[in-house]
Design a protein around this ligand. Structure first.
Ligand code: NAP
Length: 1003
């Protein structure tokens, strides 16, 4: 044999054929069982599968093509890659078998688990999800849809770097997405803190071999948190997968049974739950197992070594640390650590303090800056001036300590402990004690900000921030947490410890526009609020601009029905419209108007008084405007009942395509039995519908398609005259095939020169049915010569037909649906996308690689990302009030004044300490006045409460009410943080802190 790599496949096929007795060995000869009369042929079975399972078309198509080319594969003339596009073969079967509906169902189960777990999380704990697989994460979308990234972590682990590189784009799409590699060797007890272990592992067995799948399971088990759950999704031994992929050299024909994997999970010490059934009496090739690790299972972690350390604690003579420094010192000393607790007032030389400690102890493990930690709590009513000075002092101490680290070369960590500076970052902080003690002055936020600058400037030493929320009583858990932080510091530079010692770290992530502006709306709530969520875009041009928008539901007219949409068919018109490639003229004259989506399947919710026999609860398919939506309102005569047993997805493939085809072939062309028809784009939605309809009408079919894959599909459908639509040779070939006669009808969607070629193949009395829009809008010219032979030309746009001839549309559409009910026609193969993948769906159509139809479904409900109604916020300029700008006589403040004036503000107060003395300020004020703006430009120091008070009195007397303040006063003292003295720091802080405080209190 020339192709030894195909031998396992041949053996497999022989074994299977022997088992089902289509092949038997007689002596040394193989005998093929002869065809029995009345038995369905492979092609017939294939066509039944296509018609009955439109949403599993990919599987059926692949298996069909392998069957079609089996002789070439077995003789080594073709490889599997020549037949099915080069996808990562091993991950394909499990994904295809799972199918869209089951994947979404499993996704919802996973979402529910995550939601429940994160809702019951104790404060400060994080919930960790890990997905493990060989290619791309199957459930990443589902997980991120519900995970609160303030409390959840997500990691994808794969066994190859290629897989991780391929999915690296997901990091951009999902902030917080982490990925990691695991090798064949199991990553056992790494000593990672148990908190980093996943509580939920989603393991998809899409690996090349059982051995690799077992490695993945070992890895999952080694990572799982005690009490955590593994959801394992795998493929049962499956004939279709072995048949379709068996020719791949690496295929192992070794899928294991559900019981095998249940045993493996049990051997790993996991407690198996009931398998998840994704469809009733699930007979599919997919199994989903759940298994739990018992709580008491201890995962070994490296115990930390006992070491005696050296610390410097900076405090103050009055120990204004609420006892924290004393507790810390006691605890550290109990561990035999060496602690120097020094009031900063007594330090004359920080450098000497550090040098001396290093001389005595050999090193400094950490410096804790607690001096003045809670001085403002002790004196909440202290004058702002003092509190600003205290902050300047705290910053100065930090700067000096850092400078001493620099000067002594101490390789240490400077811990800056702040008091409630970052409390607002903790989710749901309102319940924390001490809320009653919050001050209007942010106090330690100043030091927090200053320390961030120090971190950036630190060289060989480290600066870390530890923000603390003091408990009202019982300091022990907090002190333990601080000690733990000191001893087991990780890479986090900013840590927040709450009153219970729970640890939080800040994370910056991109909130979705919906999160930022709206709570997530469920479909029910949308109905209550009389809103629908529909697909739209702010600007056309790019598919990424597509977004789900909340819109008011239009009132229901008497001849209309209100429908909850379950599935929407995507048309090329929608893609073109989103890309801005369709003129207004092209969309406005249609039934759907300037909106996205013109066909749907769904359930009637309400009916108008004169909407005919339809009633709420009816399953219908039809036409309407804005059909990518949760609810639509459309004319009752634009919908028709969905035949029994047909899914919404299947029904959504019907309206536009089949109405267009039926109108064209039956109503316009009057196709008669025995006539020949040329159908362009035979594997497209229109093409397949036309082949079905023309066949039902008894026509001889000639069809074109653009790729080998699509032409294979036509062959499998049973079309015998097939041509390449991308070559103009089709015309000559058709003339040859038809003995020079040509065809009676051309159903065209090709543009340009192809039109002339079509005219060449039309017989006298032929009908030319034009569906392509491009040539209409480009006003393409065609010569009239061919029309001398009684040829008719029809331009077709179903969208306009529905608008202009509703009665005709209703009649034709109900005839079409009747043909479906009778089983004469069947829905198109379809690729189903969930609403959150709508951009992927549009992209998929743009690539034009699909066969059949693309459908969008709403199983997960819809959440709006935007509410494009008119803003309720009035712009400042429209208030007619006065705007005060501190620092308004130069730089940013002055520019803001000019901008406000441009936008219509008529009354401005611009202040600085020096007033309008510079020529820049003076000229700017003159310019503003010349434009009719009432400007008060005066000297006023915003840190001087009395002066500001007087200014505000003047404004109140002489000007319209104060409606806005821009606080742009600033003093800049540039330099390294470590070189700053207290006065410099105070000079910078004063206008910002005192200024803001005074403005806040006086207005
Ligand atoms: N986010 C951004 O992209 C951005 C960009 C630019 C600026 N900014 C911010 O905008 C603010 C202004 O910056 P800038 O570049 O315009 O600075 P600038 O040109 O130095 O202007 C600052 C103004 O503040 C006044 N000022 C200082 N202390 C004052 C006090 N106690 N009372 C009243 N006025 C006082 C100064 O005048 P006197 O010295 O006469 O008092 C000066 O007119 C700063 O906070 C800066 O950080 C932000």
């Amino acid at each position: 044999m020339d192709t030894p790599e195909i031998a396992p496949f041949i053996h497999y096929l022989i074994r299977e054929a022997e088992t089902d007795q289509t092949l038997s060995l007689k002596g040394s000869d193989w005998i093929i069982r002869p065809y029995r009369e009345g038995e369905e042929t492979a092609r017939e079975i294939w066509n039944i599968l296509v018609s009955d399972y439109p949403d599993f078309f990919s599987i059926i198509d692949m298996a069909g093509r392998v069957g079609l080319h089996l002789p070439s594969i077995l003789t080594g003339k073709k490889t599997l890659e020549d037949i099915i596009s080069p996808q990562p073969v091993f991950s394909v079967p499990i994904r295809l078998s799972l199918g869209t509906a089951r994947r979404h169902k499993l996704g919802r189960i996973i979402q529910e688990m995550i939601r429940r777990s994160q809702d019951t999380l104790p404060t400060g704990r994080r919930f960790s999800v890990m997905e493990i697989g060989h290619t791309d994460p199957l459930f990443v979308k589902d997980a991120f849809r519900v995970m609160d990234m303030n409390r959840c972590d997500y990691t994808f682990a794969a066994d190859t770097t290629e897989a991780l590189e391929t999915i690296s784009f997901l990091k951009e799409q999902y902030p917080g997405f982490e990925s990691r590699l695991f090798g064949n060797s199991v990553d056992t007890a790494t000593g990672e803190p148990p908190a980093a272990r996943p509580h939920l592992i989603l393991l998809t067995l899409d690996f090349t071999s059982t051995a690799e799948s077992l490695d993945a399971l070992d890895f999952a088990r080694s990572q799982l948190n005690p009490g955590g759950t593994i959801i394992l999704t795998g493929l049962r031994p499956s004939f279709w997968a072995d048949f379709t992929f068996g020719a791949h050299p690496g295929w192992t024909f070794s899928q294991r049974s559900t019981q095998y994997w249940q045993r493996q999970l049990a051997e790993q010490g996991l407690v198996c739950g009931d398998p998840i059934e994704l469809s009733p009496g699930d007979l599919s090739d997919i199994f989903v197992l759940t298994a739990r690790l018992r709580e008491e299972t201890v995962v070994s972690a490296t115990p930390h070594k006992e070491i005696n350390r050296t610390w410097i604690v900076l405090t103050d003579t009055r120990d204004r640390t609420s006892g924290l420094s004393q507790s810390l010192v006691r605890h550290l000393q109990k561990r035999n650590d060496h602690v120097r607790c020094v009031p900063v007032e007594k330090i004359s030389d920080y450098k000497e303090l550090l040098s001396e400690t290093i001389r005595e102890s050999g090193r400094i493990d950490g410096i804790l800056h607690l001096a003045g930690f809670s001085s403002s709590i002790d004196h909440p009513e202290s004058q702002e001036y003092n509190r600003a000075r205290q902050q300047a002092h705290r910053c100065m101490v930090a700067a000096r300590a850092a400078r001493a680290c620099e000067e002594t070369g101490a390789d240490t960590t400077l811990w800056i402990l702040t008091n409630e500076a970052a409390r607002h970052l903790i989710p749901g902080t309102n319940h924390l004690p001490g809320q009653q003690r919050r001050h209007s002055m942010p106090d330690d936020s100043v030091l927090f900000g200053f320390a961030r600058t120090m971190m950036n400037e630190a060289s060989h030493y480290t600066v870390r921030l530890m923000d603390i929320i003091l408990p009202l009583n019982g300091m022990a858990p907090l002190v333990d947490a601080v000690i733990n932080e000191l001893e087991q510091a990780d890479d986090e530079q900013e840590v927040i410890l709450d009153h219970n010692g729970e640890r939080f770290v800040p994370r910056l992530r991109t909130a979705s526009p919906a999160e930022a502006s709206h709570p997530i709306l469920s479909n029910n709530r949308i109905e209550e609020e009389g809103e629908t969520v529909a697909l739209g875009f702010q600007f056309p041009g790019q598919l990424r601009n597509l977004r789900w928008e909340a819109r008011p539901q239009p009132p229901l007219e008497k001849d209309e029905v209100d429908i909850q949409v379950h599935a929407t068919g995507l048309n090329f018109r929608d893609v073109m419209y989103s890309l801005g490639l369709l003129s207004d003229e092209a969309v406005e004259n249609g039934f759907a108007g300037a909106s996205l989506g013109l066909e749907f399947a769904g359930v009637i919710v309400r009916t108008g008084n004169e909407s005919g026999p339809l009633s709420p609860g009816d399953r219908v398919a039809g036409f309407g405007p804005s059909c990518f939506a949760s609810r639509i309102t459309t004319k009752a005569n634009a919908v028709s009942l969905i035949p029994e047993g047909m899914s919404f997805e299947a029904a959504a493939t019907i309206p536009v395509v089949f109405l267009t085809v039926y109108y064209s072939l039956k109503h316009l062309a009057n196709l008669k039995e025995g006539e020949a028809i040329l159908i362009h784009g035979g594997a497209g939605g229109i093409g397949i519908a036309a082949i079905q309809t023309a066949r039902a009408m008894g026509a001889e079919i000639h069809a074109t398609a653009g790729t080998d894959q699509k032409r294979d599909f036509l062959r499998l459908l049973g079309v015998t005259h097939i041509y390449d639509s991308r070559s103009y040779d089709f015309a000559e070939e058709i003339m040859l095939q038809t003995g020079g006669k040509g065809v009676d009808i051309v159903l065209n969607s090709l543009a340009g020169e192809a039109i002339n070629r079509n005219l060449q193949v039309l017989k006298p009395f032929g009908r030319f049915l034009e569906l392509g829009k491009r040539d209409f809008y480009e006003n393409t010219r065609i010569g009239l010569r061919p029309f001398r032979n009684n040829i008719s030309y029809f331009g077709i746009d179903a969208d306009q037909l529905m608008k202009e001839h509703p009665a005709l549309t209703e009649r034709l559409f109900s005839e079409v649906m009747e043909m479906f009910a009778q089983g004469i026609l069947y829905p198109l193969p379809c690729h189903v996308f969930e609403a959150e993948e709508v951009i992927d769906a549009f992209r998929f159509m743009q690539q034009a690689r699909h066969i059949g139809k693309i459908v969008v479904t709403y199983r997960n409900g819809l959440k709006p990302m935007a509410r494009p109604s008119k803003s309720k916020h009035r712009s400042f300029s429209s208030t007619g009030g006065t705007c005060l700008i501190t620092g308004g006589l130069s730089g940013f403040g002055l520019k803001t004044a000019e901008w406000l004036a441009e936008k219509g503000t008529r009354h401005l107060v611009l202040i600085s300490r020096s007033g309008p003395t510079s020529s820049e300020a003076w000229m700017a004020v003159e310019r503003l006045k010349n434009k009719g703006v009432d400007v008060l430009a005066v000297s006023c120091d915003v840190t001087d409460r009395h002066a500001l008070e007087k200014l505000l009195e003047t404004i109140a007397q002489d000007m319209p009410p104060l409606k806005g303040i821009v606080h742009a006063a600033v003093v800049i003292e540039d330099g390294l943080s470590t070189l700053m003295n207290q006065e410099q720091i105070y000079r910078v802080l004063a206008p910002k802190i005192l200024g803001a405080q005074h403005l806040h209190q006086l207005t």
